[in-house]
Design a protein around this ligand. Sequence first.
Ligand code: OXD
Ligand code: MN
Length: 648
Amino acid sequence: MANTPKFANAKVFAWVDKWNKLCTPDKIVVVKGTKKEHNEICEMMVKNGQFVKLNQKLRPGCYLARSHESDVARVEGRTFICSQREIDAGPTNNWKDPVEMKAEMLKKYKGCMKGRTMYVIPFAMGPIGNPITQYGIEVTDSPYVVVNMNIMTRTGDAVIKQLGKDGDFIPCIHSVGAPLKKGQKDVTWPCAKSIDDKYITQFPEDREIWSFGSGYGGNALLGKKCFALRIASKMAKDQGWMAEHMLILTLTSPEKKQYHVTAAFPSACGKTNLAMMLPKLKGWKLETIGDDIAWLKPGEDGRLYAINPENGFFGVAPGTSMDSNPNALLSCKSGTIFTNVVLTPDGDIWWEDMGIKAPAEGIDWKGNPCYVCADDPFRMGPKPGMTKAEIKASGYVAAHKNSRFTAPAENCPVLDKDGFEGVYEGKPTGVPVDAILFGGRRPSTIPLVNEAKSWTHGVFMGSAAGSEVTAAVISDQIGQVRRDPMAMLPFFGYNVADYFQHWLEMERTSADPTKLPKIYFVNWFRKNAKGEFMWPGFGDNSRVLKWVCDRIEGKVGCQKTAIGNLPKAADIDLSNNTGKDTVNEKFLKEILKVDKAGWLKEIETIGASYDEYDAKASKGSKTVSKTAKRVPKALRQVLADVTAELAK
Ligand code: OXD
Ligand code: MN
């Protein structure tokens, strides 16, 4: 067994020592967070076959990894919120008794790092020293996790220094769950092969994260979903702030007025695209602060101030192109780790809908050869000469649908450097938020943009968010619409009803509720009967953002409807409506109307989702009152009001 290294902070020592004794690694490395160390780990992974070094002229500092076929996305079915009482995890989470879960997992961890190195990653969620920032220690046996955490968070000595002798941190343990016998050769992607052997476990009261068996994304990079959303949402509720699945952007008008907007869309619904969008509207500038997570704290002036706790982008690769998101592609030009994309013969990467012709031959995400399609140079198939129709019918993709790039935020050409460092007007407060958007992929019913009539109505809108399920999660429901309140369904660290109540409390406890952000619901994904998109999306979304700013300034009116305040079509700026995709004015009018029949159904399903939450609460709530842990009355009231108005 390795010796536990010394740490000035006794709690850090105790955490590392506990897992060293149980997991019995061969060696322990405390991550310093230097470039040199990062490169050395990447090179070691190249040597042992776990990374492919990409062409360093084309992509300096970039590497490719291929995961095991069982380990390609978040595993929601194996994600647990282990609060002491089942009712506190609520109806949307898998729950297990924390004592039982710890006992079960401790058996798994016993000897699980044999033959491996245990890495200790000190990391910060947020700029080191910012008052909103929190710290973590992730113990892991995965060098892939180390180098990804180096990109996605601020790691190393600076964090240890910040923690000092008694600084607090969120303790995290992660193992791929694949010990090595003496002399046994490692595989390229070690993990527990069976889904039932994977555990992504949060203990919200202990504020601990235990992960076992998976090496992929949010299952293993524990700062991201496990800490910055699940554990942080519970901390936020207890302490009066918010941890949300939101991008943060800075928008500057032609008059040089700045607005900060956050947006909560479910996984793989275009947060990264909106966060880095090139506005089609002339004179408007958009800069990125974050593309996935926002922590918001109320200021003394009543405004909500936001930071991005992350340090990089873990973006979905397929569909990212110079057309759809040039700034994301440019962010991947160096220092990036690609997972499950295609390797080209010149040592570069490729994926579906990259807007770049496929090479004649390549290596697909499973490590098998793939070939350019016979009648579409932008597709690849598993055999030479296959047609587009044949490839489509076979369901084959050369890059996995949830293949990812892990890119440093500092590479982003439109990064708002101050905002990213949590600085506003020279102070480390985070940026004041002017508008919050909710959204999802909704082919019907939901209009292009809809303004909430009040904070409570906005909370109702967020609670009713829904979207088609995407490949970001292993699921048999991909493509079906599911309710995803505030885009947080997989990420609530506690009971969803309490979470809704917490959103309502943010208004009640605000120093000045009139200063809270205005709330909007957007939908870029409406389709007509022929299945065509009715809104071009991407840079044209700047037209919607401009309307939002005009509403904030009181410059434009609206159509007051049963479902909220919709734009008058004439108030959507259609200047510069040229290029490959343009706004169709007939469609625009259509997607700014209330589809009454569609909404009556929508309202029914929102009500059904509330009923389902409450019914599940009743089942597990012998010890709590009939009103606690129920969808708040205020939201039921909005539902009733909208229903009554629609019926008029
Ligand atoms: C992500 C996700 O990876 O939401 O950001 O799944
Ligand atoms: Mn996400």
